[in-house]
Design a protein around this ligand. Structure first.
Ligand SMILES: Nc1ncnc2c1ncn2[C@@H]1O[C@H](COP(=O)(O)OP(=O)(O)OP(=O)(O)O)[C@@H](O)[C@H]1O
Ligand SMILES: [Mg+2]
Length: 233
């Protein structure tokens, strides 16, 4: 019987990104090629200025490459309109940020509801699902709290619940433990590990090797190039 390879979630081919600074061109990414398959857990590492944020912005469809190919589930993003790119982000991606990026005026449940609002879910169904998600990250007893009434770790758990609301095909985490003390950071990394074990596809940017070791694979960038792409042990 023919083998069915795990489906490819993303593919990069000779991808570059340059920025114009007056007369000068800054080459932030200088030709990246790799694929990521469903269920993989990838950590991206590299020194300051190596291109991590530039790459994550392109992978998250917040920015477009200058040349080369970036394809999500087989579709070259260069073929998509702005509206189609927003739809791709809304329907397929979940984002977790270093600074949580919660809306301070909204409660825990309301923050988790935001992506469902943009997906057009009706109010009752939205809040029901948001409550379940809050419970799944251990915040069932904090549903009405606002972000400033929560600890950093609790805020990041709200952000994780929000990132899961649309059942994303791909989760991006940008320095998810960067603003947390080490024991709270471990708790958040444990949650990402559980998501990976449950079959989710994850891409995390981190400058901490001990955090990166939780992923299945580490890609290291230097000066806009992949200098290492290795499985973790
Ligand atoms: N909008 C921009 N305009 C001009 N140059 C940029 C822009 N964004 C990034 N760069 C340049 O591209 C290179 C890569 O930057 P990037 O922010 O991707 O690095 P990074 O790996 O995320 O660094 P850090 O660890 O400090 O966050 C740097 O030389 C940076 O100065
Ligand atoms: Mg950065």
């Amino acid at each position: 019987m023919a083998e069915h390879p795990t489906p490819e979630v993303i593919r990069l081919e000779a991808l570059t990104k340059s920025f114009l600074m007056g007369e000068d061109e800054v080459q932030a990414l200088r030709g990246l090629s790799f694929t990521l398959r469903r269920g993989e857990y990838l950590a991206i590492m590299g020194q300051s200025g190596s291109g991590k944020s530039t790459l994550l912005n392109i992978l998250g469809c917040l920015d477009l490459p200058t040349s080369g190919v970036y394809a999500v589930e087989g579709t070259d993003v260069a073929q998509l309109s702005d509206e189609q790119l927003s739809a791709l982000r809304r329907e397929k991606f979940g984002f977790i940020f270093q600074s949580f990026n919660l809306i301070s005026q909204l409660s825990v449940v309301e923050n988790i509801e935001v992506p469902l609002f943009y997906l057009g879910w009706e109010g009752r169904r939205r809040s029901q699902r948001a409550r379940e998600l809050a419970e799944s990250v251990g915040l069932g007893h904090r549903l009405g709290h606002r972000p400033f009434q929560l600890s950093g770790g609790q805020q990041q758990r709200v952000a994780i619940a929000r990132a899961l609301a649309n059942e994303p095909h791909l989760i991006f985490a940008d320095e998810p433990t960067g603003n947390l003390d080490s024991s709270t950071g471990k708790e958040i990394i444990g949650m990402l590990d559980s998501l990976s074990k449950a079959g989710r596809t994850l891409i995390m940017v981190t400058h901490e090797r001990t955090v990166a070791e939780h992923a299945h694979r580490i890609i290291e960038l230097a000066d806009g190039l992949v200098v290492k792409d290795e499985p973790t042990t």
